[in-house]
Design a protein around this ligand. Structure first.
Ligand SMILES: O=C(O)COP(=O)(O)O
Ligand SMILES: [Mg+2]
Length: 239
């Protein structure tokens, strides 16, 4: 990995499943603090990239001590240098949201803090329900993104890779300088484009297939393992 370490200036980090205890859990793992401290010590710029709403993601970054840009709503909105950047425009119609909810979804509490997306959580975790809902959304010309936690409905033109790409342009960095770590289908495009990529040991099959490195450990413990193996060790609190 030595050759890679020198070329990485940015770490693009997913949140749920990547900084949490494991995929499917919402609780942060203590190793997420070690990840943040290590990246700061290595002077790597971080980009949090998530399906969560912007306020949630920005708040998490503040409390983890991460000062880099934040990409939220699966790439539809970002905060870069204190400026809010809207990458998507508009929002899917309420009528479409209602049609999807009738299939057995409930709205995320964060929807009132979202600008462009709706995040809908399946009441029963049946892949067929997610597929059926995604078909309805795509037929109406909107984008459906499954994160492993919720189905996100957004206008065309979003996606985490689009959001991270916009941020990279604004900070003067290229994809080849990025180490991306993520667990979900909604991270696959970023994992494929980044100079180097990793997935926690319990990531989705899609993410593990694309990532250059799959950690042995799940969640944030796996993310710390990836960062230490790719960027070298360094001062990180024990976790
Ligand atoms: O908000 C979600 O559904 C998942 O969020 P993530 O992109 O940070 O994994
Ligand atoms: Mg995730």
């Amino acid at each position: 990995m030595q050759g890679v370490a020198g070329s990485i200036r940015v770490a693009a980090l997913d949140i749920d499943g990547t900084l949490t205890e494991r995929r499917g859990a919402a609780r942060l793992d203590v190793c997420s603090i070690a990840v943040a401290r290590l990246l700061n010590a290595l002077r790597v710029t971080t980009i949090l990239m998530t399906g969560n709403s912007l306020p949630v993601a920005v708040g998490l970054g503040v409390y983890l001590g991460l000062e880099g840009p934040v990409v939220a709503e699966n790439g539809c909105v970002a905060l870069v240098g204190g400026e809010r950047v809207h990458i998507c425009s508009g929002r899917p119609p309420e009528s479409l949201v209602r049609r999807v909810m009738e299939l057995g979804f409930r709205p995320s509490w964060q929807n009132e803090y979202r600008y462009h997306e709706y995040s809908l959580i399946p009441v029963r975790r049946e892949p067929s329900v997610v597929e059926k809902a995604s078909d309805i959304v795509e037929r109406e010309g909107y984008r459906a993104i499954w994160s492993g936690y919720a189905l996100h409905i957004q206008p065309p033109g979003g996606g985490k890779a689009r959001g991270v790409g916009e941020v990279l342009e604004r900070i003067g960095a290229g994809w080849s300088e990025v180490l991306a770590v993520g667990d979900g289908e909604n991270d696959v495009e970023v994992l494929a484009r980044a100079g180097y990529s990793g997935a926690p040991g319990d990531a989705s099959e899609q993410a593990k297939r694309v990532a250059k490195l799959v950690a042995r450990s799940p969640g944030a413990r796996g993310t710390l393992e990836i960062i230490q193996r790719v960027l070298g060790g360094g001062p990180a609190p024990a976790c």
